[in-house]
Design a protein around this ligand. Structure first.
Ligand code: UFG
Length: 325
């Protein structure tokens, strides 16, 4: 298939683009490189460095078999401070993309949605039927795009799938997580092990969880990429299907830090800080729907594997990280 990957220079987008190339697909990446890295675009992909909203129409006019849409602003705290950046950057750009998909008859779209659309859940594990009450502007913009996709897919007959990721972790060879502003737990902890930070702050030890720290469902980025391939195959014309992607197992912040200590052999000093605003106590996915409909099964479900792969990546790329950040 000829595939357009938006945001293919970012963490999840680059891994998915690499996986698509490995599977024999022709991949064009569109990325404005505002948060992505040029060296993260996999070999064999054509890179169009541009704002998606500007180029979606002329690009899709070339004729594509599918679009994988990752391009987005994705910092929860920033989304609360600067909502315009998120409504314009995420929602307006996505509507431009949907207009182009419809106009040029692109048959398939897979969208990178998020567990952040659910907000504080009533039940855990969280099924796709759970109420969507995002607690951040970031989550609200992703939910708005999900709604727009439903309208466009049903009105215009293309096949659409939204994948709601829980906490993505790990790396796929030379493709991994390196954000200029790092807020995610595992990369921050590994920066301590690399000597780039003195300590990790644990945001709250008074949560209603077993050890008092927040619990999250971590999913290996390669397993996530494989779900995108399956979503492309199983997408149904005129339908917008939504799937949660996680392992169905929660790990606390303390468990993550302990696993990083075991994998790296570094003591990783940790101090207790106050709660981070907007954090739900526990987020764990019910992913049975993806397993049943897509035949998806996570092949790398252990935290050890995810941390080991992220650690290999972090040690291989510190020079790249410093020069490009
Ligand atoms: N945490 C710390 N210290 C840190 C960083 C994080 O204690 O230095 C804690 C957080 O408070 C949270 C947990 O580690 O309890 C995981 O935090 P991350 O920032 O790694 O991930 P989030 O669960 O906040 O966010 C992830 C995605 C978001 C998405 C969200 C959906 O990264 O894009 O899941 O719930 F919106």
């Amino acid at each position: 298939m000829k595939l357009l990957v938006t945001g293919g220079a970012g963490y999840v987008g680059s891994v998915c683009a690499a996986r698509m190339v490995e599977s024999g697909h022709e991949v064009v990446v569109v990325d404005d490189l505002s948060t992505g890295h040029i060296d993260a675009v996999p070999d064999g992909c054509r890179l169009v460095q541009a704002d998606l909203a500007d180029v979606a129409d002329p690009l899709l006019a070339e004729g594509f078999d599918g679009v994988l849409h990752f391009a987005a602003k994705s910092l929860v705290a920033e989304s609360m401070a600067d909502p315009a950046k998120y409504w314009a950057g995420n929602v307006l750009a996505s509507v431009r993309l949907l207009d182009a998909v419809q106009r040029h008859g692109t048959p398939r779209l897979v969208f990178s949605s998020t567990a952040a659309v659910y907000g504080e859940p009533d039940q855990v594990p969280i099924p796709e039927s759970a109420p969507t009450r995002p607690t951040s502007t970031y989550g609200a913009t992703k939910l708005a795009i999900d709604h727009a996709i439903t309208s466009y897919a049903t009105a215009h007959g293309f096949a659409a799938v939204s994948l709601r990721y829980f906490n993505v972790a790990g790396a796929h060879g030379r493709f991994g997580e390196r954000h200029t502003t790092e807020t995610h737990l595992i990369p921050i902890v590994l920066q301590v092990a690399l000597g780039q930070r003195d300590e990790v702050k644990i945001y709250g030890t008074d949560w209603p969880t077993e050890d008092g720290t927040c619990v999250r469902d971590y999913i290996h980025v390669t397993d996530l990429a494989d779900a995108h391939l399956l979503a492309l195959e199983h997408a149904v014309p005129g339908e917008h299907r939504i799937y949660n992607l996680g392992n169905g197992t929660g790990f606390s912040v303390r468990q993550v830090v302990d696993t990083c200590r075991e994998v790296t052999g570094h003591p990783i000093p940790a101090t207790v800080a106050g709660r981070r605003p907007g954090d739900p106590a526990t987020l764990v996915a019910a992913s049975e729907r993806a397993q049943a409909d897509l035949g998806w099964k996570p092949e790398r479900p252990t935290l050890e594997t995810m941390v080991t792969d992220a650690w290999t990546f972090a040690r291989l790329t510190p020079r790249v990280r410093r020069s490009s950040d």
